[in-house]
Design a protein around this ligand. Structure first.
Ligand code: BG6
Length: 291
C-alpha cells in the first residue's frame, strides 16, 4: 500500500483490491480497511468476534462494505435534496490515508486515519472539511471521528458510526438503555413512538432515537455475553435489523444472515444534525466492549 509510516510491531499492512491494516496486540485483534476507514473486525483476546460482517459483502473500490463500522458522513441515509447521491454520504466510499500508528504503554494500539475535502468530494458535496478518525484497539475498541470545518462558511452535516454487532440470534437478544425514549419508526412511515422497556426484535426494525446520549447494552443469552456500546458527542442512536424481506432485497447481504446481527449506531442525524463555525471541530466517539 506504499505507506511512508513506520508501523509498530502490532500493525501489519494487507494488500489487495482494498488495502487494510491488521492490529494484533496482547488485548485484541482488529482489521481496518483504508476505504472508508472501515473497521471490519474486532476480537478481544478470549472472546469471539464482536463486529458482524456479511459473507456477501463487496470489497471493491467505491462500493460500501457490509458490516463492521461504516463511517457515515456528511449525510445520514438518503441525501435530502439529491436522492441520486450515495446513501449515508461519501466518506465510506473513499480511500482514507493512514496518518498515524502507535503502540501505547498499556499495550493497546492506536491508528489514525484522515480524509479531506477535494475536487472529488466537491462533486457531491461542495463544503470544505477535514476528518480525523482514531481507532484504538485494546480490551475495548474505541473509535473517534473528528470533523473540522476548514472552509469559510458554516459546515452543516450529519454523521454516524454505523456499528454492526455480532449476535447469536437477534430474535433472542434484548437492547437495554433506550427505555422511555422517543423514536422515529422508519418502518412505520417515520411516525414518532416511545420505546417501552427492553428493545427486542420481532420484525424489521429501523428506529432513530433523537436526543439519546447514553450507553446501550446488548444481552445475548445464547452466546452468554453482554456487549456494551458507549458513546460521546452523539445525540442520536439508531437501531437497525433488516429482517427477512429487506435482507433479501440487498445484494450484498445474505438472505439467511439477518438473525446474526444488529446495528447500534452513534449518530448526529435529522434534528440532531450539527453546524460548525469556520475552524471549529467536533468529535463523536463510540466504545465497544464485552461487559
Ligand atoms: C440504517 C438505516 O442506518 O442503515 C436503514 O436506518 C438502512 O434505513 C441501513 O437500510 C443500511 O443502509 P445501507 O445504505 O448501508 O444499505
Amino acid at each position: 500500500m506504499g505507506s511512508l509510516l513506520s508501523l509498530p510491531p502490532t500493525v501489519t499492512e494487507v494488500s489487495g483490491d482494498l488495502p487494510a491494516v491488521t492490529v494484533c496486540n496482547r488485548h485484541a485483534r482488529a482489521k481496518v480497511f483504508l476505504q472508508g476507514a472501515h473497521v471490519a473486525s474486532f476480537r478481544p483476546v478470549g472472546q469471539g468476534e464482536l463486529l458482524w460482517m456479511s459473507v456477501r459483502s463487496l470489497f471493491a473500490p467505491g462500493k460500501p462494505i457490509r458490516g463492521g463500522i461504516p463511517v457515515c458522513f456528511p449525510w445520514f441515509g438518503m441525501h435530502a435534496g439529491r436522492p441520486e447521491l450515495p446513501a449515508h454520504g461519501i466518506a465510506r466510499l473513499l480511500p482514507w490515508t493512514l496518518t498515524g500508528a502507535e503502540d501505547l504503554p498499556d499495550g493497546s494500539t492506536r491508528l489514525v486515519l484522515g480524509l479531506q475535502s477535494s475536487v472529488e468530494t466537491a462533486a457531491s458535496w461542495p463544503q470544505s472539511f477535514a476528518l480525523t478518525y482514531s481507532v484504538s484497539v485494546g480490551a475495548a475498541l474505541n473509535v473517534a471521528l473528528e470533523v473540522r470545518n476548514t472552509g469559510a462558511q458554516p459546515l452543516v452535516f450529519e454523521e454516524a458510526l454505523h456499528t454492526y454487532l455480532d449476535v447469536a440470534d437477534v430474535r433472542r437478544v434484548g437492547v437495554e438503555g433506550l427505555a422511555g425514549a422517543r423514536y422515529l419508526d422508519k418502518v412505520d412511515g417515520g411516525i414518532e413512538k416511545t420505546q417501552t422497556g427492553t428493545l427486542t426484535f420481532t420484525a424489521e426494525t429501523d428506529r432513530v432515537f433523537p436526543g439519546t446520549t447514553g450507553t446501550c447494552r446488548v444481552d445475548d443469552p445464547v452466546l452468554g455475553r453482554r456487549i456494551v456500546v458507549a458513546k460521546t458527542g452523539s445525540a442520536t442512536t439508531v437501531i437497525w435489523n433488516p429482517w427477512i424481506a429487506k435482507a433479501a432485497r440487498m445484494p450484498d447481504f445474505g438472505d439467511e444472515e439477518w438473525p446474526g446481527m444488529l446495528c447500534i449506531e452513534a449518530a448526529n442525524a435529522a434534528a440532531d444534525h450539527l453546524t460548525l463555525a469556520p475552524g471549529q471541530t467536533q468529535v463523536m466517539a463510540q466504545t465497544i466492549s464485552v461487559g
